[in-house]
Structures are given as C-alpha cells and as structure tokens.
Design a protein around this ligand. Structure first.
Ligand SMILES: O=c1ccn([C@@H]2O[C@H](COP(=O)(O)OP(=O)(O)O[C@H]3O[C@@H](CO)[C@H](O)[C@H]3O)[C@@H](O)[C@H]2O)c(=O)[nH]1
Ligand SMILES: [Mn+2]
Length: 372
C-alpha cells in the first residue's frame, strides 16, 4: 500500500509525541537493556506499593516518578479511583501525560529479536501501526495492507480502502505468554517461540483480551476510555485492569469509528508473577468475565456520545445498571469510572479557542494556565 511513507515514520521516532508509562513494584533495571530504543523518550513511572521505598531510575533517562503519596497529593479524594497494589495503577500515568501517544510496558519485559536476529524496535512498530489506518469493516486476508510489501487483496471494496484512524496498537510477547493463572498452572513450561510476522485490525463488533504489557494508544482519541479500573488492595478483584480497559476502549473505538490493531511488535516477557498468587487475585474475574464480556458485547452507545469521555460516562451508567446484579463491586467500579473522568478533565482541561477568549480558564495542578 503506498501513500504512507513508512520509512520516514521509522526514522522519526516521534520522541516529542510519545510518553512511556511504566507501573512498577520491582526494579527498573530492565531499562538498561532498552537504552537504544527507549532512552530518547520521556518516562512516566508509577511506583506502586510502599511509597517510602526509593527506586532507582537508570542514569540518562528523562522521567517523572509518582508514588502513592504523589497520586494522593495531585488527585486529592479522587485518588480513590487509582488502583493500589495492581498494575492498573499505570493509568495514572496516562492521565498526567500531555502527549499524543502513550506506550506502556511492564518492568519484566526485555528486547526481543525477530527471526533474522535483529532486535525489535517496539516503539517504531507501534508508531507505524498507529500512524497508518485500520480496516475494521472488512477483513484483509493479507492482514495490514498498510505495511510495506503488501496491499488490499482482490475483492476488497475500494470504498473501504481508506480505512479509519487507528487508536490502539496491541503488541505481543515472546517467551511467557499472557495466560490466566489456571492456564499457567496446567502448562507451567509453556513458552511462546512463535514469531508471527503479522499486524491485523480487530474487526468492528469483535472484542479481545487486551494486555497492558506492550501496548500503545492515541491518547487524544481514546485517553479517557483507557481507565484500568479499580483493582488490587481493598477490592475483590485484581489483574483484570487491562481487560476492563480493553473491552471498554474497543466498544468506544467501534462507536467513534476508530480502529484497533494487534500483532507486531513483540517483546520478551520474562514473567515475574506467581501463578498461585495470581489465581487468588484473579478468581472472581474468571467467573465475572462470563458476564462482563456479554455486557460489553451487547452495549450500544447513543449518538450523543461523540467523544471518548462522553462514551465512557455512558458506559459507567450501564455498568451500574447491568453488572451490579453480578456483584455489588460493580457499583463501586461504576462510581470510580466517573471519578476517573472528573480527574481526567481536571488534569486535561478542554482546549479553548484563543481567538475567542484569552483569560486564564482552568487550574492545572494548582497553577492558572491559559488555554492553548
Ligand atoms: O501490585 C502490583 C503488581 C504489578 N505491578 C506492575 O504491573 C506490571 C505487570 O505485573 P506482572 O509482571 O506481575 O504481571 P504479569 O502477570 O506478568 O502481567 C500481566 O498481568 C496484567 C494484569 O495486571 C498485566 O497488564 C499483564 O502484563 C509490572 O510492571 C509490575 O511491576 C504493579 O505496579 N503493582
Ligand atoms: Mn510480567
């Protein structure tokens, strides 16, 4: 497919347009190996667990680091919507970022190699995925037609070849696959060595289990719908943070006409989590997913919902109406979704037109800021 200068996209890493968000309860030593690919980017590190622990960021990285005390200070009572002791705390980083794109990665992930032995530049591939259209309305059997060396196949309607803007790029994992605890327990030695050289659009109306380990998205298009839920300490469920975000964000993308791609790039996941501990954290989710998935599959948004934030507000109401019968937890989750939206709006005030009004309009972290 021509018309998109893929080489130019690869050469320009868009370093001023991407923030890298890392949730961590461990160490950041994994960043040493990522230097050639990540050091040019700004990091937003969300330190989970005990805030008195000092974590070291490898020299040379440009970063902001937030622990629980910082989250409480910045969000005040609204900090209650950010999960504690769950990787879902990463969404705080999405909220404080001001960039167009987010790339989020776990702290037990390393650089993978393609079958030729070349190290994979994850951000370059995610940017390609995001900066080229998706094709959610009709499946191209040669996968992403916007990659070099391929195109739309015979029988692909010309009226659909323009595609739609891509909002989410979901990358995959070599070595330890993203299995749930029961699958990990029955297949403790399973490793993924299968590198599939493919990127594909997930069709409109089809949901998927989104993993937060190697994920990029366009924050301007979909940011408010990328809430990783209320999980972890004090909650009956953990480790469904990315699933919740993925189901909701896909429904919002389908409604707003954005696309979601999955496939390349791969990274190397060297799993640090324990399947027995995970089973304890996940077991309610394993039951509830049988209700959560049909809930999202049947959800229809109104045409008045024409932004990600409005869609997400509607989803919070529907969550309360439809899932509270599954468990009272969903009432708290629905309230947390509203709190998340309020906090998002406070930190990301709507941009006003300077020509109409140049008065200071909003407070941003306590400071008056002019609308840009
Ligand atoms: O309490 C916690 C636990 C973890 N983190 C950070 O979150 C990521 C992922 O954690 P981990 O590597 O333990 O989990 P996996 O099972 O390997 O990964 C998958 O589980 C998903 C559900 O949360 C996650 O998105 C998947 O990638 C690491 O960076 C931990 O340090 C945390 O902050 N708080
Ligand atoms: Mn892991």
């Amino acid at each position: 497919m021509t018309g998109y200068n893929l080489e130019a996209i690869e050469a320009a890493p868009l370093k001023d347009d991407v923030d890298i968000v890392i949730p961590t309860i461990r160490s950041l030593d994994f960043l040493e190996q990522w230097r050639p690919f990540l050091q040019h980017y700004h990091l937003i590190i969300v330190q989970d667990g005990d805030p008195s622990i000092k974590i070291r960021v490898p020299d040379g990285y440009d970063y902001e680091l937030y622990n629980r005390n910082d989250i409480n200070k910045i969000l005040g009572p609204r900090a209650s919507c950010i999960s504690y002791k769950d990787g879902g705390c990463r969404c705080f980083g999405f909220m404080v970022s001001k960039k167009k794109y987010i790339y989020t990665i776990d702290d037990d992930c390393f650089v993978a190699k393609d079958p030729s032995g070349k190290e994979i530049n994850v951000i370059a591939q995610h940017i390609k995925n995001l900066e080229t259209p998706s094709t959610p309305h009709y499946f191209n059997t040669l996968y992403d037609p916007f990659r070099d060396g391929t195109d739309f196949v015979r029988g692909y309607p010309f009226s659909l070849r323009e595609g739609v803007q891509t909002a989410i790029s979901h990358g995959l994992w070599l070595n330890i696959p993203d299995y749930d605890a029961p699958t990990q327990l029955v297949k403790p030695r399973e490793r993924n060595a299968r590198y599939v050289d493919a990127v594909m659009t997930i069709p409109k109306g089809v949901l998927y289990p989104m993993c937060g380990m190697n994920l990029a998205f366009n924050r301007e298009l979909i940011g408010p719908a990328m809430y990783f839920g209320l999980m972890g300490e004090g909650q009956p469920i953990s480790r469904y943070d990315d699933m919740w975000a993925g189901w909701a964000a896909k429904v919002v993308c389908d409604h707003l006409g954005f696309g979601v791609k999955t496939g390349l790039p791969y990274l190397w996941h060297s799993k640090a989590s324990n399947p027995f501990v995970n089973l304890k954290k996940e077991h309610k989710g394993l039951h509830w997913q049988e209700d959560m998935v049909p809930f999202f599959q049947n959800l229809r948004l109104s045409k008045e919902s024409d932004t990600a934030a409005k869609c997400y507000m509607e989803i919070s109401k529907m969550t309360k109406e439809n899932l509270t019968k599954v468990d009272p937890y969903f009432e708290n989750l629905a309230d947390a979704m509203v709190t998340w939206l309020e906090a998002w709006e406070e930190l990301n005030p709507p941009v006003k037109n300077e020509a109409c009004d140049d008065k200071p309009v909003k407070k941003d972290n306590g400071k008056d800021v002019k609308a840009k």
